[in-house]
Design a protein around this ligand. Structure first.
Ligand SMILES: [Zn+2]
Length: 344
């Protein structure tokens, strides 16, 4: 049984994004209750620490950090129609970034083999200088930058399975070869980015990998794309730490997404990532919660992931029998990456 740090806090409920907003406090409450009722051996509950201003500045501009801080004096501020603060947002968003940092520190310090940070607000749409899409600070990106700049890691993989493309994360690392960003997402869809030909640039050319999918793809298609595209490229990259932008809005019950991933699919994706991390980096892997707007889907998928994180890394991996609709996606992504990666 592997030790998994479970980073969460009911203070994550204090950020209110607006009346009837899908990114609501109950999301994290549901996940905390699921984890508390799980009774999984080897689960280590940890209280997140806030990110310091210098840690936020690993990915965000000073002007933007100050702009978010100023909202603490306001009852409400709208960065865009979807992305609204309440007076607690500044602190809670800093605690979400800090939750991602707490997760990687638990692994680096040896308290746990892997980690799951159940945080909100989410982060992967946040840019260096702009809030967007329910996100204020880019939690996963701050963790990646901290691993490289503060902890001496040289190669970090971010895999993003949220149904939306993580445009903020992609942009932050677009010209970096030390952070590989992979996203599997619905397309065309919010936020509009994440096409095949967004590959990275400069020193980062080839280190951004997008698998844009039409709606209605489910477990078999996702797993084929993992097996025939994402995991082989990740192995070539040979990460020293694996971070996962774990959004559960590609679940079939989700009210915003149009995908059909089930709990078994999240379990199987986690198993593949855990195998990758075991092969490349002694199992070091931290999941960071992004989206997911159906409470039951969140709890049941989160449970599947948490249970799988505890299992040994040599559990069998079954090749999906169906999912042939994924083949053209795999071929197109490989076509764009071929000159940079030379497959086979
Ligand atoms: Zn999402």
């Amino acid at each position: 049984m592997l030790k998994t740090a479970l980073v969460s806090d009911r203070r994550y409920m204090l950020h209110v994004a607006g009346r009837a907003h899908p990114e609501r406090p109950e999301r994290v409450e549901t996940m905390i209750e699921m984890a508390e009722s799980l009774g999984r051996p080897g689960l280590i509950p940890l209280t997140p620490r806030p990110a310091t201003p210098a840690e936020l500045a690993l990915c965000h501009s000073a002007d933007y950090i100050a702009a978010v801080e100023r909202t603490a004096a306001l009852r409400r501020f709208d960065f865009d129609p979807d992305t609204r603060t309440s007076s607690a947002t500044w602190k809670v968003a800093g605690l979400a970034a800090g939750g991602a940092l707490t997760a990687i520190e638990a692994i680096i310090g040896g308290a746990a083999e892997n980690a799951f940070a159940l945080v909100r607000p989410p982060g992967h749409h946040a840019f260096a200088g702009r809030a967007m899409g329910f996100c204020f600070f880019n939690n996963v990106a701050i963790a990646a930058r901290a691993l490289i700049d503060r902890h001496g890691f040289r190669r970090v993989l971010i895999l993003d399975w949220d149904v939306h493309h993580g445009n903020g994360t992609q942009e932050l690392f677009y010209e970096s070869a030390d952070v590989m960003y992979m996203s599997i997402h619905q397309y065309p869809f919010y936020p509009g980015t994440g096409a095949f030909n967004e590959l990275g640039a400069g020193a980062g050319a080839g280190y951004t990998v997008n698998a844009p999918l039409p709606a209605t793809f489910g477990d078999d298609e996702y797993l084929r794309i993992f097996d025939d595209l994402l995991m082989p490229m990740a192995r070539r990259f040979n990460p020293e730490f694996v971070l996962v932008s774990a959004g559960f809005d590609c679940h079939y019950r989700d009210p915003l997404g149009g995908m059909r991933v089930t709990e078994a699919g999240f379990l199987a994706m986690t198993r593949r990532l855990k195998r990758l991390a075991a092969e490349c980096c002694a199992g070091r892997m931290a999941m960071i919660l992004e989206g997911g707007y159906d409470l039951r889907a969140l709890a049941e998928s989160g449970r599947a992931v948490l249970e799988e994180l505890g299992r040994a890394a040599d559990e069998p991996i079954a090749r999906p029998a169906a999912g042939v609709r994924a083949i053209p996606i795999i071929q197109r992504a490989r076509y764009f990456h071929e000159p940079l990666w030379r497959f086979n």
